[in-house]
Write a protein that binds this ligand. Structure first.
Ligand code: 8X3
Length: 256
């Protein structure tokens, strides 16, 4: 595959889970890691690990992708040497709640739509305009099997991931004719803070999600993201769907 040594890789939501694992995998390739999250303290804990793993350099900053002005301002005024983003991994995202649509908490919807859809758009708009100007770059979005099938009590989360899938496809069409590549990696069950966040700290309910099943690990997804990013420049892996073997789709899961 192609080398990402000294190339800038930007990962959003890098403080934990798939984002942190992905930053670490790119660090091993000697990339320059540009990482953001809402929790700067968590990122600061990750920074020495990224350096130790081989990152050419690391720049951590606090960013809430929902804040449109903050996204634009921060990304347009990156320090010297940090603006030529080669790979953007749009990882920031979350699920909130698992309830019937007509009983669900509207605040949960706002948070998911603002982060998973609007936040992704804000970051993409800003970063891709630079990629177009430089005539190079790769956007890798985090989708989900939830974007392929709606499941019970997850209508809005699934809708945000379906939106992500179509935004990815639409963007790929819009950059067609340029060297820019656009991909989506769509995992099923991954063992991260996903369920703890979805269930707002209800550890028992969150734990049950991963009981008696070998879920994907964040590193499994990071591995695939790095594979996607390192294909020869004429190759684009448009969409990768990956699940634990025990999971065929969101509602067909066999527990041991
Ligand atoms: C996470 C996968 O199926 O739990 O996006 O929604 S699922």
């Amino acid at each position: 595959g192609i080398s990402l040594r000294d190339k800038i890789v930007f990962v959003t939501g890098a403080s934990s889970g798939i984002g942190a694992a992905t930053a670490l995998e790119f660090a091993k390739l000697g990339a320059k890691l540009l990482v953001c999250a809402r929790r700067l303290d968590k990122l600061k804990e990750l920074e020495p690990q990224l350096r130790e793993a081989g990152a050419a350099d690391v720049l951590c900053f606090e960013l809430d992708v929902r804040d449109r002005d903050e996204v634009e301002c921060t990304l347009k005024t990156l320090p010297a040497g940090w603006s030529d983003i080669e790979v953007l991994v749009n990882n920031a995202g979350l699920a909130r709640g698992l309830k019937k649509l007509y009983e669900d908490d509207i605040e949960n919807w706002e948070e998911m739509i603002d982060t998973n859809v609007k936040g992704l758009l804000y970051v993409t708009r800003t970063v891709v305009s630079g990629m177009i100007a430089r005539s190079r770059g790769h956007v890798i979005n985090l989708g989900s099997i939830a974007g392929h099938n709606a499941y019970a009590n997850g209508a809005v989360y699934c809708a945000t991931k379906a939106a992500e899938r179509f935004i990815t496809d639409g963007l790929r069409i819009d950059v067609n004719g340029t060297p820019i590549r656009v991909s989506t990696v769509d995992p099923g069950m991954v063992k991260t803070d996903f369920s703890r966040i979805r269930f707002r700290g209800d550890e028992e309910r969150a734990g049950k999600t991963y009981e008696n099943v070998d879920p994907l690990l964040p590193e499994d997804v990071a591995d695939v993201i790095v594979f996607v990013a390192t294909r020869p420049e004429h190759v684009v892996l448009q969409q990768i769907v990956m699940t634990p073997v025990a999971q065929a789709n969101p509602f067909t899961l066999t527990r041991k």
